[in-house]
Design a protein around this ligand. Structure first.
Ligand SMILES: [Zn+2]
Length: 434
């Protein structure tokens, strides 16, 4: 049988973590690399996945009094790597095995990197590329967090009471968020502890969430699920705005939230919270562009848009608008789906263009200005008014955030190994706050 000249490598990925109340099937996706070019691990020239037997200490931990850190590569023993099938694909692995987890972690990372290299329209080089050619993707079941740092991404898991253990290696949103950080560092640069503004940390968490959220909309089944459950009314409680969803009642962060920067004028304690107003402004803009795109497809009238705008933030919004969305979904599901894909790619391209304009000294005002400039470049001002409206509604660009009110804790990603450089060039941002 003749093989096509360029066949992309296939993986099975879960758009949402399995093992919860709803049944979630994995979806077969393709990464950009040619079938047969990805080696055991999986491994390629940018990254490799490993599942150590007993790696209990995270990278970045000090291992002696000279400040030397534990750093990749891992030299200890590992589970057998995931091997490709005879055609070079990784879809044959059995769920519940270390090999499936390793392939899932690698597949998610590669999938997100491919998507964002598409939005940037150029390759993204790791910020640690001078020292480590490839990122080590490590599965550490006893680590109760997920993080990335200089040359690595470490993925743990989480104990959920009634549902048991959830490995983050099967959680696309968690991995996508970490890849988001890994993408933003080389584009914007690492912060200088002496000069960094605290807005940087809020921005970073928000940007990582948006990278994960936009990427999750590249699963065909996620698009279908989202439209099935909302009929296109994205402000309704839905799966899209639960990032890193762990169980039905527990969600790490919500993209469609009510927070504004005015909520932080007295100060803040957690950069994830500080990122939420920006995430919400971007999410609102995504929804507005989706509505506009539906208008272009002839799915909604100007009158419906006006009713939607008038009811924004009011209690009747969901019930009144749901009727409109139900009718459109029933009659023109395919076009609605296409409009959502358009909105997804417009926001993805605007975000990539925005990231490329920022520096590690950024403030939220710089982010607002960069977003407006990026929109102009990408869409010629078509969404300028709604973008500015959504930013102003959250105080982004207008409001000065207050000081950090407490020392970073273990949940603080930004003040962790992420910003540490290997060897003597240690950067622990918390020192600047003392
Ligand atoms: Zn983060």
């Amino acid at each position: 049988m003749n093989r096509p000249r360029y066949e992309r490598t296939r993986f099975l990925l879960f758009p949402r973590p399995p093992g919860q109340e709803e049944l979630v099937e994995p979806e077969e996706i393709q990464v950009s690399l040619q079938a047969g070019s990805i080696g055991p691990g999986p491994a390629d020239d940018r990254m490799y996945a490993i599942y150590p037997h007993d790696k209990l200490v995270t990278y970045g931990t000090e291992i002696n009094r000279n400040g030397e850190q534990f750093s990749p590569p891992w030299h200890g023993s590992i589970h057998e790597p995931a091997l490709p099938d005879e055609n070079g694909h990784f879809t044959h692995l059995e769920l519940g095995t270390p090999q499936f987890e390793a392939a899932h972690l690698y597949g998610c990372t590669r999938f997100v990197l491919d998507i964002w290299e598409g939005y940037f329209d150029q390759p993204i080089h790791w910020h640690f590329g001078d020292i480590y050619e490839r990122m080590e993707l490590v599965i550490m079941p006893r680590f109760t967090n997920a993080t990335m740092g200089f040359g690595f991404m470490e993925i743990g898991g989480y104990d959920i009471d009634e549902n048991g253990y959830q490995p983050f290696s099967l959680n696309f949103d968690v991995i996508g968020h970490e890849v988001g950080h890994s993408i933003i560092y080389p584009i914007i640069g690492l912060p200088d502890p002496e000069r960094v503004h605290h807005d940087y940390y809020g921005f970073h968490e928000s940007a990582a969430d948006m990278v994960a959220l936009i990427s999750s909309l590249h699963f065909e089944s996620a698009l279908d699920h989202l439209l099935e459950t909302t009929h296109g009314n994205l402000y309704a409680l839905n799966s899209l705005n639960r990032i890193g969803k762990l169980s039905k009642n527990e969600q790490i962060r919500i993209a469609s939230n009510e927070l504004t920067l005015w909520d932080f004028t007295d100060g803040w304690t957690d950069e994830h919270d500080l990122g939420q107003p920006l995430t919400a402004a971007i999410f609102d803009t995504l929804v507005d562009i989706f509505h506009d795109s539906m208008k272009d497809w002839g799915l909604v009238t100007e009158e419906i848009i006006e009713i939607s705008d008038a009811l924004e933030d009011q209690d009747e919004y969901l019930s009144v608008m749901q009727d409109f969305f139900d009718q459109i979904y029933d009659a023109q599901w395919g076009q609605m789906r296409q409009a959502l894909i358009e909105a997804r790619d417009i926001i993805g391209t605007i975000l990539a263009t925005t990231f490329a304009k920022l520096t590690p000294q950024l403030t939220y005002k710089d982010v607002a200005n960069a977003l407006v400039l990026a929109e102009q470049e990408v869409c010629n001002g078509a969404y300028r008014t709604i973008l500015i409206h959504n930013l102003k509604k959250r105080g982004i660009g207008d409001v000065m955030v207050g000081p950090r009110l407490s020392e970073p804790d273990q949940n603080s990603h930004a003040f962790s190994v992420r910003t540490q450089l290997p060897g003597g060039k240690r950067r622990r941002c918390r020192h600047t706050r003392r």
